[in-house]
Design a protein around this ligand. Sequence first.
Ligand code: AMP
Length: 204
Amino acid sequence: MSQTPDKSEIRGPRGGAAPGGGAARRICVFCGSRFGRLQQYRDQATAVGAAIARRGFGVVYGGGHVGLMGTVADAALAEGGEVIGVIPHALDSREVSHTGLSELHLVDTMFDRKKLMAELSAGYVVLPGGIGTLDELFEAMTNSQLGFDPKPIGLLNDHGYYDDLVRFLDRLTQEEFLAPEHRALLWVEDDPEELVARVVAAIG
Ligand code: AMP
């Protein structure tokens, strides 16, 4: 067992957010800490943040105001939604943390962050992003296939951003490194509203 003292801390509420409904009413969003090259990525992030809030669900995410992460948070807050950020102390500077969230949880490590984001939510939505986003996606899939964290995982493939990844996952299945039932754990949709609706329906 870890002897590391628990240095986690919660700040908030910081905005006029609606009351949350606990983890069962929240969706964890993984996405880029950058905006990406095209405006369409920001539009997708806005659509997903707003769609989650309009369905009465809260957003759990990495806590930054940067890139698509900030776009998702702002869109959900603008719809009156609950938005909970989870960020390591080391990234909690004025440049990085979003200052208008319902709650901001400060944790020690990136590992603690992923663990807490999982505990605070009932499903995942993954938007365009970089290495951090892929790391979060694959950890969620690994935990789901092993049965540690069996939650719906939705991947937004608007404008084909993830086409190559989806093809590669199918290759893993063809080569028998990934079981078809585990490949099926990842739901791929190209429409933000449909993706959120599918994850929300699965959460119940
Ligand atoms: P990336 O896709 O490499 O931009 O990383 C984005 C993901 O990693 C997000 O879902 C966050 O949880 C985490 N992350 C990476 N950079 C930051 C940052 N500057 N602030 C907060 N979270 C970050």
